[in-house]
Design a protein around this ligand. Structure first.
Ligand SMILES: [Zn+2]
Length: 191
């Protein structure tokens, strides 16, 4: 049976590299994975899924995915969605249809929470509806599991106010444990 997967992680947990590896594994077996991400996430340029370690592949938008015909989607062995936190509730619902009606597995990667520790819309509904929920782990500077996203400004200070989505590169986000998120200490103190 096809399943809906949600693999969540914080910033820097190699979610995109993981997604591209899964696509490559399908390809090695002579199968085809369809890659998609929400149009909102255009920091890598439209139509490209790019990881920080340099891997990249072309992809379509989730909007294009949900406009595809049933037969066109069934031609693939798997659908992989990156940055799935930016999906709307309606889009996540459509992903469940791809699994349930078309019997094509859908593997979603995304952040669980934003820089204020609030759920993203897409993550909320994936948490609610996914068959399999798995954590892609990364660590805080202190060695604890980094479950929180911290946004920082040009001076390197943690930011706690602002809009949920402020696209423009990974350089203004990092991952820390919940304790250090609460304390606002996003790097190992010197000395
Ligand atoms: Zn920590």
């Amino acid at each position: 049976m096809a399943k809906l997967y949600f693999r969540y992680g914080s910033m820097g947990s190699s979610k995109t590299a993981n997604a591209l590896m899964v696509a490559y594994n399908y390809q090695e077996k002579g199968q085809h994975a369809l890659l998609a991400k929400p149009a909102l996430d255009n920091r890598d340029g439209d139509g490209v899924m790019a990881s920080r370690i340099g891997l990249s592949r072309p992809c379509i938008s989730v909007e294009q995915l949900t406009d595809m015909t049933d037969d066109a989607i069934r031609a693939y062995d798997c659908v992989i969605v990156d940055e799935a936190q930016f999906c709307t509730k309606e889009q996540v619902d459509k992903l469940t249809d791809i699994v349930d009606r078309l019997e094509v597995p859908v593997i979603c990667y995304g952040l669980r929470t934003d820089f204020q520790r609030n759920l993203f819309e897409g993550s909320l509904w994936l948490m609610a509806w996914a068959d399999i929920i798995e954590e892609v782990k990364t660590v805080c500077w202190c060695g604890r599991a980094a479950t929180c996203v911290a946004r920082f400004d040009e001076s390197g200070e943690m930011v706690t106010e602002g809009s949920q989505v402020q696209l423009g590169g990974n350089d203004s986000y990092t991952s820390v444990c919940r304790r250090h998120h609460k304390l606002g200490i996003i790097r190992k103190p010197r000395g």
